[in-house]
Ligand binder design. Structure first.
Ligand code: ATP
Ligand code: MG
Length: 323
């Protein structure tokens, strides 16, 4: 099967200038993404997602290993790769402040050498798609950050790339805008034959709902890679528990309780309560957790056993939550 994006044993290290210490941002990553696939990388801050995308986009060299986009080596054939891709990165400035929204997209279309009538129609379609049609004549520096992000996404599709890299495409977007953008990305892959999208996200629901396959990345390694439903099936039935407890504590110590595979928690300041997610090796270990919480002086308000999510898969694999 022909791969659209491929990495073979890619590692990337960064040297710190002062201390001379070496950080391994990517550690022997081998993976492949097919034509027609919408693939998502899910991982916490610093996992290596952007580093890998930058290598595929020819913006960063691998320290070792090789990577290919549509069969072109990203190091030796960088210019061939650049002709067929586009990349957008969450939070970046999507163009020139003094140009209007439509002028910015037009400007990029002309850098790509797109024929005038095609470019004009595409600008219109993309502004509709990202919900900026009514801002078409607004100068870019007057846009809110969420609007700038939407303009950035529109720019990614402007050259109708064969392979599109979206680094955190919905970063900072409100719920409805994020949904609209996700819908456009999904539809674009479904309706444009053999295109490939590789996106990164911290939002597990985004990876789950949107992507055909998800790669879970942690400390520079791809720790799992499959369809969301297959990944979730890795977590055994009835081994995920969610406790709602009064107050807050450092719950890391629950990691040593027998049967605990991993856990994560969040404190809710308004209600001074915490939500604690625990992944267990066996359902019966829940009694041990209840006793341990009591020993910590935590009052349990409720206990549920929800359906596993991709975050539970992450906890199951690395012992802690995504945040
Ligand atoms: N130019 C650089 N110089 C030094 N270290 C870097 C550089 N770029 C990235 N790193 C380090 O490499 C690791 C991976 O970073 P990367 O940006 O790929 O993470 P990420 O998964 O995209 O995280 P986030 O979710 O925060 O965007 C981090 O520890 C980061 O500090
Ligand atoms: Mg990143």
């Amino acid at each position: 099967m022909e791969l659209s994006i491929e990495s073979r044993n890619v590692s990337r290290t960064f040297k710190s200038g002062k201390s001379g210490s070496v950080l391994k941002a990517l550690d022997n990553v081998s993976m492949g993404i097919r034509k027609g696939e919408l693939f998502g990388f899910l991982g916490p801050n610093g996992a290596g997602k952007t580093t890998l995308i930058k290598i595929f986009c020819t913006l960063l060299l691998p320290t070792s290993g090789s990577a290919y986009v549509r069969g072109h080596d990203v190091v030796k054939e960088a210019s061939s790769v650049r002709k067929i891709i586009n990349m957008i990165s969450g939070g970046e400035t999507p163009g020139y402040g003094i140009l209007t929204v439509a002028e910015n997209l037009w400007f990029f279309s002309q850098l790509y050498g797109i024929r005038g009538d095609v470019a004009k129609a595409r600008v219109k379609e993309l502004l509709e798609a990202v919900g900026l049609a009514d801002q078409e004549k607004t100068r870019m520096n007057r846009l809110s950050s969420g609007m700038k992000q939407r303009l950035s996404v529109a720019r990614g599709f402007m050259n109708d790339p064969e392979v599109l890299f979206l680094d955190e495409p919905t970063l900072g977007l409100d719920v409805l805008s994020a949904k609209k953008i996700r819908g456009y990305i999904r539809n674009w892959v479904n309706t444009h034959l053999e295109k490939t999208v590789l996106l990164t996200t911290h939002y597990m629901a985004e990876a789950d709902e949107l992507c055909d396959r998800v790669g879970i990345i942690h400390e520079g390694r791809v720790v799992a890679c499959d369809e969301p439903s297959t990944l979730k099936a890795m977590v055994k039935d009835k081994t995920v528990f969610q406790f709602h407890v009064a107050g807050a504590s450092d719950y890391t110590r629950l990691n040593v309780v027998k049967g605990v595979v991993g856990l994560s928690w969040a404190h809710h300041i308004e209600s001074d309560t915490s939500t604690l997610k625990v992944v267990l090796s066996e359902e019966t270990a829940v009694a041990e957790i209840e006793s341990a919480l009591k020993a910590l002086g935590s009052r349990i308000l409720s206990v549920e056993s929800p359906e596993p999510t991709l975050e539970d898969v992450f906890i199951h694999l690395v012992g802690k939550g995504l945040e």
